[in-house]
Design a protein around this ligand. Sequence first.
Ligand code: BGC
Length: 363
Amino acid sequence: MTNNLFTHSIELIKANQTSEGAYLASPNFEQYRYCWFRDGAYIAYAMDLVGEHDSATRFYDWAVAMIASRASQVERAIAASAQGKTPAPEDVLHTRYSVDGQPAGNDWPNFQLDGFGTLLWGMSQHLAHTNRMPDAAPVAWREAIVLLVRYLDALWATPCYDCWEEFGDRVHTSTLAALYGGLQAAATMLTGEEGIAAWRTATLIKAFVLENGVRGGTLDKFVSNPAVDGSLLSAATPYGLFSLDSPLMRSTVERIEAELRRDGGGVHRYAEDSYYGGGEWVLLTAYLGWYYAEAGETDKAEALLERVAECANSEGELPEQVPQHLNYPSMLPVWEERWGKIATPLLWSHAAYLTLATHLNKR
Ligand code: BGC
């Protein structure tokens, strides 16, 4: 299947993109039949890498339209924050929307900021991959970028749910990394004062992480929690909050290897994760490979690509996680009872595979 996994992944992603541009996170899993900004931007990035620019353009157009249609709520959230108040739940941008653009209800941890950083980063990557200058974004994009920069400037230090949609009362290091990467990208896409404002907020975020998100030479999962989390890889790849070879990133990756991989297996989210028992996350396994590929450690990256490919089922579909080396085996049946089998296929897993394969130049 490995040889076909590349083309099959592209086909699967295309088949689960609506005509408006939204990507379904996972078509067969009821809770994931929505489009997330986070998943979507990583998927669009992978589609750009494999030359499927039209698919990526349509996703970004969908995301821009979603943000534009909520501009007045966003303005209210910014105004509330300026008055020292927490924005009302109906005024924050949700992490996911139904593919036809409707909010998906209040029974979900809707307030998550990282996806908007990922989106800004992805937009700048799209401009580069389609041979445009960084400040050549279409007018509608530009308006959404300016609005997002103001929104993130107002809210970045406000506790919100993390990229795993948990711990909503915390300030998460990987969320801040995504916001840093997104704001740096926005600074290149904007000009004059608007660009400087994005860069200034990114600088504040980095200083905050150094002050509050580091302990014993490694990055913390969230402020006041010294656990390690697989999502911290993103602080280097792709968001560049810290360089690949910085001692801080090196030690953090060593901790991820020591605490979140067992017997050479894939990468867990964090040691206490009990969602579906807390197995190995396909996209994190691929993203550890991406880190190594960027760091020039090709052998390690290739082994991880193999590991990801082994996670595909007989239909060539990659799940969200594989139930191996479970943190809490007894929780697997509990979640299966609650929500059914592990989400398969997960488009983000396929995108992560494409990302690693492309960075390794392996089609
Ligand atoms: C994950 C998120 C993801 C969502 C949709 C959740 O379980 O924790 O990171 O965005 O699924 O794939």
